[in-house]
Design a protein around this ligand. Structure first.
Ligand code: DX5
Ligand code: ZN
Length: 217
């Protein structure tokens, strides 16, 4: 089942007035809040962690889509559940016992997502596809907002969509990195269900209009 969801990445929000940007997303056509957690180990940048997720959860009126870019993410599954995560996405490359980590996320009552870096082939997820709710295809190298979309990602989306259809899995496909109104339609057409956008939304003069354009793409 394909959807057209939009999950604005709060990494590009104004952290001096986060409440304002959360309310903007609440009142927009966006579906989820995308929260990027980085540890300075798995990726070369540090963003924010549990206390910020917990605060956002107090006023967010939409599901929290938490993207963990941290080493050994299985250490923090219970903590992110307690902080309010609804969807918890961990990286294929960061979790040695991925199957166990997926089961642990689901046992906490969250939706389980697995993210893959630009160099990671989608077929590597074949044996967990039916266990997970979402695959996040990174269309930039994780760690920073505002990077250029990697074109090869479109091929990966198409290939994964075919694999999902032929296996009868219900897995959603999320795309994250360099998404804007120039590539959104192509990404949905290729088989994406959910687009993450950070700089495109928050650098726009009218962020709610930018979200609306992605929804209508
Ligand atoms: C990058 C993060 C993304 C980032 C996207 O590592 O996972 O969610 O915020 O930012 P843009 O949309 O600016 O590429
Ligand atoms: Zn992300």
């Amino acid at each position: 089942i394909m959807a057209k969801l939009v999950s604005p990445s709060m990494l590009s929000a104004n952290f001096l007035n986060l409440e304002n940007d959360i309310k903007m997303v609440n009142d927009s056509e966006a579906d989820w809040f995308h929260l990027d957690v980085m540890d300075g180990m798995y990726v070369p940048n540090i963003s924010f962690g549990l206390p910020i997720v917990k605060q956002i959860n107090k006023i967010a009126k939409k599901p929290l889509d938490v993207h963990l870019m941290i080493a050994q993410p299985e250490r923090y599954i219970k903590d992110f559940k307690a902080a309010g995560a609804d969807i918890l996405t961990i990286h294929y490359e960061a979790s040695t016992h991925l199957h166990r980590s997926i089961q642990a996320i689901k046992a906490e009552g969250m939706k389980a997502g697995v993210a893959i870096n630009p160099h990671t082939n989608v077929t590597l997820l074949e044996d967990v596809l039916k266990d997970i709710d979402m695959v996040l295809i990174m269309s930039v190298n994780p760690g920073f907002g505002g990077q250029k979309f990697i074109e090869q990602s479109i091929h990966k989306i198409k290939r994964l969509r075919m694999e999902i259809e032929s296996s009868g899995a219900q897995t959603m496909i999320q795309v994250d990195g360099g998404v804007d109104n120039t590539n959104a339609a192509t990404l949905y057409d290729a088989g994406a269900d959910c687009l993450v956008a950070g700089s495109y939304v928050f650098k726009a003069n009218d962020p709610q209009e930018a979200i609306s354009l992605l929804k209508k793409a």
